[in-house]
Write a new protein. Structure first.
Length: 85
């Protein structure tokens, strides 16, 4: 065995051992920055979808009215609760 073949084999062995760890670290880095979606980092609906929602509200005000009515229906009445106490 020559010295170059030993060095090449050692380098390949080290590369095969380090490759999974490097891939894992790259995955974690991309996940923390929000480029990947995993169960630890579920999508929040922000970003580009927020822009499209805002454009829809501007172009179709009837949809905004329906959303406001749904929000009002979902809120409990505070005045009724205060009178009962």
């Amino acid at each position: 065995m020559t010295v170059t073949s030993v060095v090449l084999r050692a380098g390949l062995s080290a590369g095969l051992l380090l490759a999974p760890w490097l891939l894992y670290r790259a995955y974690v880095c991309l996940d923390q920055r929000g480029y990947l979606v995993s169960q630890r980092n579920p999508p929040s609906g922000g970003g580009v979808s927020g822009v499209f929602n805002e454009l829809t509200r501007l172009t179709q005000p009837s949809i905004q009215h329906v959303e406001m009515v749904r929000d009002e229906a979902a809120r409990p009445e505070r005045d009724d609760q205060a009178e009962d106490l």
